[in-house]
Ligand binder design. Structure first.
Ligand code: ZN
Length: 269
C-alpha cells in the first residue's frame, strides 16, 4: 500500500514522545498518526492538541477508550467518566474517532459482561454525538476475552453496532485480532461504511505475551492484501494504521523499526 494511506500508531514506537512521533512522521512522509492516550496525557492535552494541529498531520483515532466491564456499578460509572475524558482528549487532538477496547470478563458471566459493554457504549453515545466523535468497537482476539474484551469477533462487533443503533458507533478492523475468522470477509462486507479504522501488523508464533507478541507485516501468516482490499471494497477510505505491540520491536531503536515498517507497509499490505 502506498505511504499516502499509512498511519502510524504511536505504540509501535512507544519509546518516543508525541513531538518525536510527529517529527518522524513529518520526515518520513507519513500523513497520519494515531496516538495512545498516555503520550497525549504526558504532553498535556491542550499542548498535544496544538502540536498536532501545527504539524499538519491528520489523526485517524485516539487509542483507546472502553474497558466498560466492572464488578460493581461504581466501577462501571468510573469507566464511563474516563471515556468522557477520552472524548475530550480526542476532540483536543482533532480526531473524529475513539477506539474502544471493550473490557474483559467479569466473574464467569459472559452474557452479563457483554451487556455491560453495550450499556457502557450507549451511555457514551450522547456525548460522542455532541462532540462529533465516532466510537470504533475493536474486537480483540479470543485469547483476550478473559482480560480485555468480551467482544471477540467482527460479527459480534457488528451485532453490537446494530443493537445500539447509532450512526455514531462503528467497528475497527485490526487484522491481528480477526484474521483467523472464517466469517471475516462476510462481516467486513456487512460492516460496510461502519468500518472506522484498519490496523495492520502480523501474526507470528510462538505467542510470548498476550499483549506484546505482534509481528511485523510480512513476517507472519496474515493475508494482509486480501484483508485490506476487502476493507477498501467495503467503502473504508481512511489510512491503515501500523500498530505493532511487540517486545521484540520495542527493544530496537525507533529508527530501525520505522525503516522496516514503512518498507513492509509498501510491500506487504
Ligand atoms: Zn488495534
Amino acid at each position: 500500500m502506498n505511504l499516502s494511506q499509512c498511519g502510524l500508531n504511536t505504540i509501535t514506537v512507544r519509546s518516543l514522545t508525541l513531538p518525536e512521533v510527529i517529527d518522524q512522521a513529518q520526515r518520513r512522509e507519513i500523513p497520519v498518526i494515531s496516538p495512545w492516550r498516555d503520550i497525549v496525557q504526558a504532553e498535556g492535552v491542550a499542548r498535544a492538541g496544538r502540536l498536532v494541529r501545527d504539524s499538519g498531520l491528520k489523526v485517524s483515532s485516539l487509542v483507546r477508550g472502553g474497558m466498560f466491564t466492572a464488578p460493581d456499578a461504581s466501577g462501571r460509572r468510573a469507566a464511563v467518566e474516563d471515556n468522557l475524558r477520552a472524548l475530550e482528549e480526542a476532540h483536543a487532538i482533532g480526531t473524529d474517532c475513539l477506539v474502544l477496547v471493550c473490557g474483559g470478563l467479569v466473574g464467569r458471566d459472559l452474557p452479563g459482561s457483554r451487556t455491560m459493554v453495550r450499556e457502557g457504549i450507549e451511555a457514551l453515545v450522547p456525548a460522542a454525538t455532541a462532540a462529533g466523535i465516532r466510537l470504533g468497537i475493536e474486537p480483540l482476539h479470543p485469547m483476550m476475552v478473559g482480560s480485555r474484551s468480551v467482544v471477540a469477533t467482527l460479527g459480534e462487533a457488528n451485532d453490537l453496532v446494530d443493537a445500539i443503533g447509532s450512526p455514531q458507533v462503528g467497528v475497527i478492523v485490526d487484522v491481528y485480532h480477526v484474521w483467523w475468522d472464517a466469517d471475516l470477509m462476510a462481516e467486513i462486507e456487512r460492516a460496510g461504511r461502519r468500518i472506522l479504522g484498519l490496523h495492520v501488523s502480523d501474526w507470528v508464533t510462538p505467542i510470548t505475551g498476550e499483549l506484546s507478541s505482534r509481528g511485523m507485516m510480512g513476517d507472519g501468516c496474515i493475508d494482509l492484501p486480501a484483508v485490506s482490499a476487502a476493507v477498501r471494497a467495503a467503502g473504508f477510505d481512511g489510512p491503515a494504521d501500523i500498530e505493532i505491540l511487540s517486545d521484540h520491536w520495542w527493544s530496537l531503536p525507533a529508527d530501525t523499526v520505522l525503516d522496516v515498517a514503512l518498507e513492509r507497509f509498501q510491500a506487504c499490505v
